[in-house]
Design a protein around this ligand. Structure first.
Ligand SMILES: *Cc1c(COP(=O)(O)O)cnc(C)c1O
Length: 379
């Protein structure tokens, strides 16, 4: 089955009792047993739910993977992966990860004896050089949030394999429509389904896909033991969103390059980061491993911080909001919003300046998006 068919069909069958073409929302906490020890496949919704199961099977198929597990947020999904490690274990991590991920690692998991080293994973030598005796996980985000750094997944996959280290990729910015990390040797793909996968700013959710039965068993164990699972309704909305993933991503890519080129040529804009621009240091790797460049852009303005603030306060069509990957174009100030909890020195060290503006280009008409940005840049 081709990808564009999978988004609509994979793992989705007419409801066996009614023929409903859309899998029902099984809004139930528990399931009645036929007799002691004999159930119809489900016992309690924290462990499993039919609506969630359809979503998990669909997501696994989209990644070309065997197993999927869904969580109540992207953060819960990342945390579940880290729960496979033990005190004293070490993680090598991309330096420009989502702010919530670095908060989880540095402000919480560190208290449980885990150790983290952050590297610029665009340079795979840095990944290899950071490996220690006790390294148990390489955690890569590509492209990164918010600087859009691109990692060569194949190169890091070879390193992980050689050193026999578990390899996880947060591919939230790419989606399986544009990048499928399992094909490049990843053991684990993670998504914040809050973003492009659900695509409509309606839910918070996360997912893990793997081909490894042992990893999947562990993910299911964490689901039922911790209980950070999505509601059946959230799963249903996510499934609904995924049906248009292919055509939405096509439009996000078309609008993304159009807006990036407009910004790159705008006199008030100092620099633009978009993996689809030839000026982007990760352009050739992105072109090699991705089927499109997605809709995320970050930029610095000539007028620095005040100009960035003025832009964000003067947009009319674009929404000043956290989050990304939805149909609406959203503009964000990482230093005070998504990455506010990253200490200032760390932000500066990784190039996340106070003047940085992040744009999640939606699927409105690109001319309207450009017109709005132009008036806000000029006001
Ligand atoms: C949003 C995001 C997360 C966290 O996901 P939530 O659904 O908000 O918990 C993790 N990684 C990346 C790259 C994200 O953009």
């Amino acid at each position: 089955m081709k990808f564009d068919t999978k988004v609509i069909r994979a793992g989705i069958e007419a409801d066996p009792t009614t023929g409903a073409i859309v899998p029902p929302i099984y809004q139930t906490a528990t399931y009645v047993l036929d007799e002691v020890g004999k159930m119809k496949g489900y016992d309690y919704t924290r462990s499993a739910n039919p609506t969630r199961q359809v979503l998990e099977n669909n997501l696994a198929a989209l990644e070309g993977g065997k197993h999927g597990t869904c969580f109540s947020s992207g953060m819960a999904a990342v945390d579940s992966v880290l729960k496979m490690l033990s005190s004293g274990d070490h993680v090598v991590c991309s330096d420009d990860v989502y702010g919530g991920v670095s908060r989880l690692f540095n402000d919480l998991l560190i208290n449980y004896g885990l150790e983290f080293t952050y590297v610029n994973s665009s340079n795979s030598d840095e990944v290899e050089n950071a490996i220690q005796q006790n390294t148990k996980l390489i955690w890569i985000e590509t492209p990164t949030n918010p600087l859009l750094k691109v990692t060569d997944l194949d190169a890091v996959g070879k390193i992980a394999n050689q050193h026999n280290i578990m390899y996880g990729v947060d591919a939230t910015f790419s989606t399986p429509a544009l990048l499928r990390p399992l094909e490049f040797g990843a053991d684990i793909v993670m998504h914040s389904t809050t973003k492009y996968l659900s695509g409509h700013n309606q839910i918070i959710g996360g997912a893990i896909v793997t081909n490894d039965k042992k990893i999947n068993d562990q993910m299911e164990f964490v689901q039922k033991t911790i209980g950070a699972v999505p509601s059946p309704f959230d799963c249903w909305l996510t499934l609904s969103g995924i049906k248009t993933l292919s055509i939405r991503m096509e439009r996000h890519c078309v609008n993304g390059i159009a807006v990036a080129e407009f910004l790159e040529n705008h006199p008030k804009v100092k620099s633009v980061s978009y993996p689809g621009l030839k000026s982007h240091p990760g352009y050739s790797i992105a072109k090699k491993q991705m089927l499109g460049f997605s809709g995320m852009i970050s930029m610095e303005l000539e007028g620095g911080i005040p100009a960035g603030i003025s832009l964000m306060n003067n947009v009319k069509l674009c929404s000043l909001a956290e989050s990304l990957g939805s149909v609406e174009t959203m503009i964000t100030h990482p230093a005070t919003m998504t990455h506010a909890d990253v200490p200032k020195e760390d932000r500066m060290a990784r190039g996340l300046t106070d003047g940085l503006v992040r744009l999640s280009v939606g699927i409105e008409d690109k001319d309207d998006i450009v017109e709005d940005l132009d008036q806000a840049l000029n006001s």
